[in-house]
Design a protein around this ligand. Structure first.
Ligand SMILES: C[S@@+](CC[C@H](N)C(=O)[O-])C[C@H]1O[C@@H](n2cnc3c(N)ncnc32)[C@H](O)[C@@H]1O
Length: 336
């Protein structure tokens, strides 16, 4: 007899999934990844985790959750990967990229530019940052490094491979696709591969934003933390934002997602423009401040930097998607 025949419950489900089971799942993923699952996610959770039950041959949620509670490491990763939402696209929220380009151009004299993409999903976001860097510096090897992290190891593997179905780049300008992607032929027909120079700029690594210490080298010129805070409650968001502070340069930028706002963290970050934040400690831009009728100098906020518990990486050696518009100047870098 199959699992299906054994466990099909009154609702026609293959496995029995009670509200207590759902509460257990909720607690496990919240404690580990900070992800808050609302009541409306019960069906989704059932559908994603029942695949894990089938894959492991485990016959009930009771047994499966017991395995997780006993800390089975491999299954923990699969469980986490099943519950993350990974929606992303190239040049999603395109207004951020000219701001990043302008920031890079303004600080071109710097020896090195470091960016952390902290929920990089399948890679479209860090590759968009890399393309922006290439055009800002007018070189396929700009002095820019990008650390791209995510909790989900499946998406990181996709990101690292840099291979995407052609539909993923269909809305990008053809010239941009020509310059930054190679079209597959033969068995790879229908796919594009990100150019090696972009891949060389990025290091992909697993990182849980809930971890106590982050092995991220600082100072960072920019942090992208887009469309992940929405899964966290305010207290978790605040703790993460506080830990970003000592990692950023004094004039660094924090890019947030379209439906995320950090007003509750105004002692750490101040809105600079549409979903782009700067450190609250940064002296205000007099022109912007005058436009807003604010004082031109922000209050000093040194205690914040001193009081953080983040490991200093410097000491180590270590949802709607939008099409990309005409952001990057054409033809500056020649053709592939
Ligand atoms: C909706 S995607 C956003 C991708 C990209 N930043 C964007 O805006 O297009 C959210 C990503 O956050 C990741 N994530 C969720 N919880 C996380 C955590 N605790 N630490 C790190 N990444 C997490 C998920 O795995 C997922 O890939």
């Amino acid at each position: 007899m199959t699992n299906e025949e054994n466990f099909r419950d009154k609702s026609g489900r293959e496995f029995k999934f009670t509200s207590q089971d759902f509460q257990r799942v909720r607690k496990l993923i919240y404690d580990y990844a900070g992800i808050s699952l609302s009541d409306s996610k019960q069906e989704l959770v059932y559908s994603r985790l029942s695949r894990r039950l089938r894959a492991t041959g485990i016959g009930s949620f009771e047994e499966y959750l017991g395995l997780l509670e006993r800390n089975d490491e491999a299954e923990w990763q699969a469980f986490t990967n099943s519950l993350t939402t990974n929606l992303t696209s190239f040049f999603r929220e395109p207004h951020h990229f000219p701001i990043l380009a302008e920031h890079m151009t303004r600080h071109k004299h710097r020896e090195h530019f470091s960016i952390w993409c902290s929920a990089s999903s399948t890679g479209e976001e860090p590759y968009s940052i890399a393309m922006t860097a290439v055009d800002a510096f007018g070189s396929y090897t700009p002095p820019v490094s990008i650390i791209a992290t995510d909790l989900d190891t499946n998406v990181l593997a996709t990101a690292e491979a840099g291979v995407y179905p052609e539909e993923r780049v269909a809305k990008l300008e053809p010239d941009l696709v020509k310059r930054f992607f190679l079209r597959g032929t033969g068995k790879q027909a229908g796919y594009v591969k990100v150019r090696q120079e972009l891949r060389d700029m990025i290091t992909f690594r697993k990182l849980n934003l809930l971890d106590n210490s982050w092995p991220i080298r600082s100072p960072l010129d920019a942090i992208f933390c887009r469309n992940v805070m929405i899964y966290f409650d305010k207290a978790t968001q605040l703790a993460i934002l506080k830990k970003f502070v000592p990692l950023l340069r004094a004039d660094g930028l924090l890019f947030a997602g379209h439906s995320e706002s950090f007003y509750h963290a105004e002692e750490y970050f101040r809105l600079r423009g549409k979903t782009v934040y700067e450190l609250a400690t940064k002296p205000r831009d007099p022109i912007r401040a005058a436009a807003r009728g604010e004082s031109s100098v922000a209050k000093a906020h040194d205690s914040l930097r001193a009081g953080t518990s983040v490991e200093s990486p410097a000491a180590k050696s270590s949802e709607p998607s939008q099409a990309h518009g005409s952001l990057l100047p054409r033809g500056r870098l020649g053709k592939l």
